[in-house]
Design a protein around this ligand. Structure first.
Ligand code: GLC
Ligand code: GLC
Length: 649
């Protein structure tokens, strides 16, 4: 008997033993509904062997593995029983249409509730604004209870079941989720599952010396083991603190803290941590959250002698969480936040792991090409690194709440004749405005004195030159910045995947320097691009002469065209060589052979391209530019304005 067979037999045996107990829970539960039990049972039977396998790989060696399985099953049953009817209905719909996220209709937005609307109740008032933008997906930045003072912008969670009282309540959140759903907008929240804050009840109990809760974290009595780990770890926030361990005086132990000292990494070696977090995950799903952004996913598993990032067990863990969701909250989707080497980013993208993933590589390379006015690295990289499994989707963004890191592959850079080290130095100089004639107004983030590594903060508009141009009050520079920003957007909206707008960028918000006056923010330059929504300025959107108005309307126009272009639906993306290093080009092609050819000019000079070279174009063929309506014949040269772009159908 192979070990595979052995596991299958064990999985089935265990299920048969536990099923009657589950049925009992249902009988005594709130629900008598036989339909509900039947749905649960059939999903459980469908997914169980897989879930068993993952748990066996992670925890099978533990003496109480059977107990873990029983607890996991109870968690599933309990949360399914509590799942609201409206969501169970959505589960059925999504199961029959799992790829609905893969549509040209999808457009995402992300915002901080406190900075955008003040609180959750007031967020309601902006639903028409979201509709006007065409959003179908809304990510609210972490809104959970957090420690007062520094809490890493909400990423140090003290309680996954309560909303920060300044922002609202859990009831308000589920109400909003349901309201948004009715308007065709899916709610996305963070699943901050790598760490809790040091004020989470688990951490507090651990600090009081409760051994069961101490086992929720990685605690060490002295530096012996931490020092061995540390040799292979990188510092994520080197300007704030060095090393990945923090001394906890109450219990005289070191605790693992990858990010800030107040963010304690959870110990997934302990199956009870897995179960407890699965419980939090299903709780959030039952509030109506449709997408969970798996925060800091690369860091969740540790092993001595490795850099403790992207370990195979991290993938098994996500698969186990995902299998649980498929049983008790089947419409829940995972989005991976792995801002790591592209070879690793791709590994999280799978129907069984994360169907959605940020596309940090595209984001970084778009900025890279913008600084160098040269698309070779972008084209070369996208040609061999943009394919992902069917049924999965990229989330494309130009800016988010975090910094920009130059996470391209060194070998890719060398393949197009670029020295990766020098080029990263150039990009950092360029985006912090130190490079001669740079249009960018970014600031350094986390300069590491040992490695000289750093990342970049700044808003889309400031990085793309608008702030500099406005300050110089130079019409030509302003015009260039406007064109640059529109060109970047045209790529985000056409290249394939869900475009994600960091709200504020739709009207080109520039850097906010007030963080420098706030002692809680001054050490974290990411606050420069996390500013309060200035609704007074937004009133200007009614006034056709302001820059804001132009940006906003250009955005709406592009989104509108995207949505009514079937060639973007479920379409492949192929980068082609435009024969001009300033021009980035790709073709979207769907199953019905509908195509759109996108060409974008990354330079401030006019550029020419021979259309006859591309896309097996025959001389008689004519294209229509979906943006301007202009007809272009294939035999002629196409001239692109500075930072111009076309969507040729
Ligand atoms: C993620 C968040 C980032 C946060 C970190 C720690 O990377 O995007 O803002 O600092 O996780 O939670
Ligand atoms: C690192 C992490 C990423 C996080 C970022 C925050 O790049 O890999 O997860 O978002 O730091 O600055």
């Amino acid at each position: 008997m192979s070990s595979n067979d052995w596991i299958n037999i064990h999985a089935l045996k265990t299920l048969n033993r536990l099923l009657p107990r589950m049925e009992h829970i249902f009988r005594n539960g709130i629900q008598e509904d036989p339909e509900s039990w039947w749905q649960f049972k059939s999903r459980l039977e469908r997914e169980w062997i897989e879930l068993f396998r993952y748990l066996h790989q992670l925890y099978g060696w533990q003496y109480d593995f059977y107990y873990t399985l029983e607890q996991v099953l109870r968690t599933l049953a309990k949360n399914w029983i509590q799942r609201p009817e409206e969501l169970k209905q959505m589960d059925l719909e999504r199961e029959s249409n799992p790829e609905c996220f893969n549509s040209e209709n999808m457009v995402g937005g992300v915002l901080y509730v406190d900075l955008f609307s003040g609180n959750l109740t007031k967020l309601n008032e902006h639903i028409s604004y979201f509709k006007k933008l065409g959003l179908t997906y809304l990510h609210l930045m972490p809104i959970f209870a957090v420690p007062h003072g520094d809490n890493d912008g909400g990423y140090a969670v003290s309680d996954y079941r309560s909303v920060n009282p300044d922002i609202g309540t859990m009831e308000e959140l589920s109400k909003i989720a349901s309201l948004l759903r009715k308007e065709g907008i899916s709610l996305a929240l963070d699943f901050v599952f790598n760490h809790t804050s040091d004020e989470h009840a688990w951490a507090k109990q651990a600090r009081s010396g409760d051994p069961e809760l101490e086992a929720f974290y990685h605690l060490f009595p002295d530096r012996h083991v931490p020092d061995q780990y540390q040799r292979h770890l990188r510092d994520i926030f080197p300007t704030v603190r060095r090393g990945s361990f923090t001394w906890v005086n109450e219990i005289k132990k070191w605790v693992w803290t990858t990010f800030h000292s107040f963010q304690w990494d959870l110990n997934y070696n302990n199956p009870e941590v897995f179960r407890a977090m699965a419980e939090e995950m299903l709780f959030l799903a039952n509030q109506g959250v449709e997408v969970l952004r798996l925060d800091a996913v690369a860091f969740i598993w540790k092993r001595l002698g490795t850099n403790c990032e992207n370990l195979p067990e991290a993938h098994i863990l996500i698969r186990a969480f995902n299998a649980m969701a498929r049983i008790a909250a089947p419409s829940l989707l995972f989005k991976s936040e792995a801002i790591v080497h592209p070879d690793e980013v791709i590994k999280y993208i799978d129907k069984k792991e994360c169907r959605l993933s940020y596309n940090p590589l595209l984001m970084a390379l778009i900025w890279e090409a913008l600084a160098s006015r040269d698309v070779r690295l972008l084209s070369y990289t996208m040609r061999h690194r943009s394919r992902i499994p069917k049924g999965c989707t990229w989330v494309n963004y130009l800016r988010c709440h975090d910094d920009i890191g130059w996470t391209f592959d060194d070998a890719d850079a060398r393949a197009v004749g670029i020295s990766p080290e020098d080029h990263r130095r150039f990009l950092n100089d360029f985006y912090t405005g130190r490079f001669p004639d740079s249009f960018a107004r970014g600031v350094p983030f986390q300069f590491n004195e040992d490695t000289h590594d750093m990342r970049i903060s700044g808003t889309l508009a400031s990085l793309a030159g608008l702030e500099d141009a406005l300050e110089k009050n130079d019409d030509r520079l302003i015009e260039m910045a406007v064109k640059r920003i529109n060109m970047l957007r045209s790529i985000m909206l056409s290249i394939g995947g869900i475009p994600l707008i960091y709200l504020g960028d739709e009207w080109a918000m520039i850097n906010d320097y007030t963080y420098l006056d706030d002692p809680l923010k001054i050490n974290d330059s990411r606050w420069i691009h996390r500013s309060k929504m200035n609704w007074d300025k937004h009133k200007d959107l009614a006034d056709q002469d302001t820059i804001e108005w132009h940006f906003f309307n250009e955005m709406i126009k592009l989104i509108y065209i995207r949505k009514k272009t079937p060639a973007f639906q479920n379409a492949d993306m192929d980068v082609f060589d435009t024969g001009n290093d300033h021009l980035f080009g790709f073709i979207r092609k769907n199953n019905n052979n509908r195509r759109v050819m996108v060409i974008a000019n990354f330079s401030e000079k006019k550029q020419k391209v021979k259309l006859s070279h591309m896309d097996s174009c025959d001389m008689l063929k004519k294209y229509q530019d979906l943006i301007t309506g202009n007809i272009i014949s294939c035999g002629s040269d196409l001239e692109l304005e500075p930072y111009g772009f076309v969507w040729l159908s």
